[in-house]
Design a protein around this ligand. Structure first.
Ligand code: Y12
Ligand code: CO
Length: 171
């Protein structure tokens, strides 16, 4: 089932999401619905809070070299903890909760992550490139942070101007 996406400036996006303690069918249904919602919206990453569920769960599905997203390539990340970070990189980010706005954001280039899968199994992941960036973007959602909060003062003003302009053109 496709779920409604919570968009800026909805206050729910500022919530600190709570640890997942129960790895049951309800969690699996939420993850499946998040996947359907993300793919239907042309997304590559989604955190549970973006569909109004304040739990520490996120999914990522990066396209292959031909730009195709395969369902079996979906990474489901529950209760992530970053252990080690290295380097710095910039990438033009977008977010399904901030539609129509893209901006360069600085992130760690590589990271090591401990997390759990949908069954509660503990896993370790070393990530770099786009996967590392996507993980950091989605993990920020778990702490109530949006990528626009990482922008410089000037770029944040640019965002606010564009946002107001878009709102006006809708009314
Ligand atoms: C690198 C940077 C950011 C991430 C986080 C995941 N972000 C997304 O999946 C964003 C997707 C997105 C899709 C949109 O829809 C279309 O392009 C059709 C969109 O909508 C508009 O711009 C109107 C906005 C964002 C992962 C890795
Ligand atoms: Co986002």
């Amino acid at each position: 089932m496709r779920l409604p996406i919570v968009t800026y400036p909805d206050k729910r996006l500022k919530a600190l999401s709570g640890e997942v303690t129960v790895f049951d069918a309800l969690l699996h249904e939420l993850l499946d619905n998040m996947y359907e919602t993300m793919i239907a919206s042309n997304g590559i990453g989604l955190a549970a809070i973006q569909v109004a569920q304040p739990i520490r769960a996120l999914i990522i599905n990066l396209p292959d070299e031909e730009g195709v997203q395969h369902s079996e390539a979906t990474l489901e990340v529950i209760n992530p903890r970053i252990e080690v970070v290295e380097g710095s990189t910039y990438y033009q980010e977008g977010c399904l909760s901030v539609p129509g706005f893209y901006e360069d954001v600085e992130r760690h280039e590589r990271l090591r992550l401990r997390y759990q899968d949908r069954f509660g199994n503990e896993l370790l992941l070393e990530a770099e490139g786009l996967l590392s960036i996507a993980l950091q973007h989605e993990m920020d959602h778990l702490d109530g942070k949006l990528f626009i909060e990482k922008l410089s003062y000037a770029r944040r003003k640019k965002f606010e101007k564009e946002y107001k302009k878009n709102q006006k053109s809708k009314s």
